[in-house]
Design a protein. Sequence first.
Length: 128
Amino acid sequence: MTEIKEISQIIELILQFYHLNAKNFAEKIGTSPTQIYDLRKGKIKKLSPEMLEKILTAYPELSRSFLLTGEGEMFINRPGSPSINTFYQNGDNTQNNGVVNIEQLITTISSQQQTIQSLVEMLKSSNI
């Protein structure tokens, strides 16, 4: 993949890949559309640690390194889906966090389904 230096280009690439507009993306990651517009227009030059974590929480398949630098692959290479245990902070605290953890799993699965669908469409359009 070619190197992308500007965060505006990285955000644009993400929006294009997931077929989102700034408002939808902002809702998905839990931030204001204004912040996304500012990133796209170059008013904000780099991701804050908070924004980075929001994006990675909503889209765990994205590469942290790519988001920070624009270098390397956009997606991390995961051999398989995350284990359910990765969503539990404490093994003895599953009663209290069960609903939240199930919601996280559903969000992750939904995001992965979108990624798979987008990749399938890309493959179909490139005749591979």
